[in-house]
Design a protein around this ligand. Structure first.
Ligand code: NAP
Length: 254
C-alpha cells in the first residue's frame, strides 16, 4: 500500500515516494496569472538562522524549491534577499531546462529584483551580467535617474510607486511582458508588501524541524496588512522531518 492518505481535499504524502513528474504535477498552477511565494521557516517561526535561510533548508525541500523555479516565468526577489543569499545568475539544471522546453517554455525564467534604492545592488554582479535572460529591476518612480542609469545597461527597469515599489503595478507590468507565472522567493519585506496588497495567490512553506529561538525575523515583515488573508491547505509533503506545505488563497476557484 502506498503512503497516500486523502483527508478531505488535503493530501499527505512522502516526498521520497513521488516521481519528478508527480512533484511537478503537485505544483500545477491553478490559473495562467498566478503569484506564488516560497519560504522556509523553523518550526517556531524563524525565517533566518544566523541571518540566512540556508541553514533552515535541506536537500529535501530543495527538490520542491527547484521545481517551483522550473515552473515560473519570472523569479522575483527583494534586494535584501539577493544580497544576503548571494543570488547569482539564474540558471537551471539540464533536466529542468529540458522539462521547460518540453512544456513550450524558454529554457530559464527571467530574474526580477525589487529595490527602493538600488543601494545594495551592483550592476556588475553576475545576477545581471551573466543572466541567461536579461534581468529586470523593479524600483519606485522617484528614484534619481543617476542611480537607475547603471542598471539600464544590464537590465530592464520597471518603475512603479512613489517612495516604495507599488507591487500591484509591478505585477501588472510583469504580466504585460508575458511573465504571468510569478514565483517570489522573498524576502520577508517583499512578502509583507505582497500580503498588504493582497497579491499572493499561493504560499509554499517548508516547516523545518528546528527551534531557532527568539530574535529572528518572520517570513513577513515591514508593511502591515489591513486584514488577515485566509488560506486553504492543499497538500502536505513530508521529507526528512520537514513539512512542505502548499497553501492557496482561500477564494481560489478552480
Ligand atoms: N526563510 C526564507 O525562506 C527566506 C527567504 C528570503 C529571504 N530570507 C532572509 O530574509 C532576509 C532579508 O530580508 P528583507 O526583508 O530585508 O529582504 P527583501 O524583502 O528581499 O528586501 C528588502 C526590500 O525592502 C526594502 N527595504 C529595506 N529596508 C526597508 C525599510 N526600512 N522600509 C521599507 N523597505 C525597506 C529594500 O529596498 P532597498 O533595496 O532600497 O534596501 C528591498 O526592496 C535575509 O536574511 C534572507 O536570508 C529568508
Amino acid at each position: 500500500m502506498g503512503y497516500l492518505l486523502a483527508v478531505a481535499e488535503v493530501r499527505y504524502r512522502k516526498l521520497d515516494a513521488l516521481t519528478d513528474d508527480e512533484v511537478y504535477a503537485a505544483y500545477e498552477p491553478p490559473a495562467d496569472d498566478w503569484l506564488r511565494v516560497n519560504f522556509v521557516s523553523s518550526a517556531d517561526g524563524a525565517a533566518t538562522l544566523e541571518g540566512l535561510s540556508g541553514p533552515l533548508s535541506g536537500e529535501e525541500d530543495k527538490r520542491v524549491f527547484k521545481v517551483l523555479r522550473a515552473r515560473c516565468d519570472v523569479l522575483l526577489a527583494g534586494s535584501g534577499t539577493v544580497a544576503a543569499e548571494g543570488y547569482g545568475p539564474l540558471v537551471l539544471s539540464p533536466d529542468r531546462m529540458a522539462w521547460r522546453r518540453a512544456h513550450g517554455l524558454p529554457e530559464v525564467p527571467v530574474m526580477a529584483v525589487a529595490s527602493r534604492t538600488l543601494a545594495d545592488l551592483d550592476p556588475a554582479a553576475g545576477i545581471f551580467t551573466e543572466a541567461p535572460r536579461r534581468a529586470i529591476v523593479i524600483v519606485p518612480t522617484d528614484l534619481p535617474e543617476a542611480q537607475v542609469a547603471p542598471f539600464r545597461e544590464v537590465a530592464d527597469v520597471i518603475a512603479t510607486g512613489t517612495g516604495a515599489v507599488d507591487y500591484a503595478a509591478a505585477v501588472d507590468a510583469l504580466r504585460e511582458r508575458g511573465l504571468r507565472q510569478i514565483l517570489c522567493e522573498g524576502g520577508p519585506r517583499v512578502f509583507g508588501d505582497l500580503i498588504a496588497a493582497d497579491l499572493a495567490d499561493e504560499l509554499d512553506l517548508t516547516l523545518s524541524p528546528l527551534l531557532a529561538g527568539a530574535g529572528s525575523i518572520r517570513i513577513a515583515e515591514g508593511t502591515a496588512s489591513d486584514a488577515a488573508r485566509p488560506l486553504e491547505l492543499r497538500h502536505v509533503l513530508e521529507a526528512g522531518g520537514n513539512l512542505i506545505l502548499r497553501y492557496l488563497r482561500d477564494s481560489t476557484d478552480e
